[in-house]
Design a protein around this ligand. Structure first.
Ligand code: HEC
Ligand code: HEC
Length: 249
């Protein structure tokens, strides 16, 4: 009897272990859990400022990245979007080998630090001179935008925090272009599947026209920095150019 019992206990244990293995979190689930936790925390902007010191190396002290799109502007982005991208990148649900090491728990911290740094970045004023496209096909770009993007990204490119939809106004054209291509071809794995479907039939002309139009959508005045503004939180920081990340596109 006792042998039989321990046998069935062992079988139960084995089944338990197996089902735990089967339910191991995927990168997407891991990221989603972090996002859910982080968006409900009360952020501390002062602590976020300290965490941002690491980010400033690449995204620059103003958070504006570079006009050539190698490093994106992150200043002014919706906190929920920054949180989602950070969680996705660190769970490897979005590939970003250049930034990955800086999102580790050792360097960045846990969900509270993610919430803090997102709050700090989202209140930084945006680049008044972001990189724009060639400017030759804007009427077509506007039409494509109205028919395909407004429902999600909003009529001014303002995004939507409740659905983690990024604001895309004021972003550098070449960054928009790279992300759009990666979303279309499935290389950006954390993309919105409805968007992926929506843009499959886009021609090269549609893509450059619509993104040129988006890059010229002006953020509202209260979100833009004054010309010549430098982040006073980083007075002695070198603003010298840095090398571009290794080319992966
Ligand atoms: C070593 C350079 C580097 C560092 C340090 C770095 N990043 Fe990045 N980050 C990048 C690059 C490069 C990209 C764009 C990658 C791509 O093209 O997909 C990026 C993308 C992002 C994005 C996505 C932007 C978007 O709209 O798609 C966010 C948000 C972000 N970084 C936040 C941060 C934060 C917060 C920190 C600090 C904790 C940080 N980054 C540190 C290089 C860096
Ligand atoms: C069904 C909703 C939906 C539609 C339609 C849609 N998008 Fe998106 N888009 C999203 C979401 C959600 C994301 C963020 C996904 C993620 O988490 O990475 C995104 C991401 C992006 C990004 C990357 C932004 C960044 O900061 O990394 C760009 C650029 C973009 N969309 C442009 C467009 C354009 C232009 C159109 C119209 C042609 C469009 N999208 C249509 C929902 C949509």
């Amino acid at each position: 009897m006792s042998i039989k019992l321990s046998h069935s206990v062992a079988v139960c244990l084995l089944l338990l272990l197996l089902s735990a293995g089967l339910h191991a979190q995927t990168p997407a689930e891991q990221a989603r859990a972090e996002v859910e936790a982080a968006i409900h925390l009360t952020p501390d902007v002062e602590r976020g400022k300290k965490a941002f010191m690491v980010c400033a190396v690449c995204h620059r002290p103003e958070g504006w990245g570079f006009e050539d799109g190698t490093y994106p502007q992150i200043a002014g982005q919706l906190p929920a979007v920054i949180i989602k991208q950070l969680a996705d990148i660190r769970a490897r649900n979005r590939d970003n080998p250049t930034m990955l090491p800086f999102t580790s728990p050792q360097l960045l911290g846990g969900v509270q630090e993610i919430a803090d740094v997102a709050a700090y970045i989202s209140q930084l004023p945006m680049d008044p001179m972001n990189g724009v496209g060639p400017g030759v096909d804007l009427a077509w770009g506007e039409q494509v935008y109205r028919e395909n993007c407004v429902d999600c990204h909003g009529d001014r490119g303002q995004g939507d925090a409740t659905d983690h939809i990024p604001l895309i106004y004021g972003q550098h054209y070449r960054y928009l272009y790279r992300q759009f291509e990666w979303i279309k071809m499935g290389k950006r794995r954390n993309s919105d599947q409805k968007m992926v479907k929506q843009i499959q039939r886009f021609s090269p002309r549609d893509i450059s026209a619509v993104l040129d139009y988006v890059s010229r959508l002006r953020p509202p005045a209260e979100k833009l920095a004054q010309p010549g503004w430098q982040n006073p939180d980083f007075p002695n920081y070198s603003r010298a150019p840095i090398p571009a990340p290794p080319r992966r596109w």
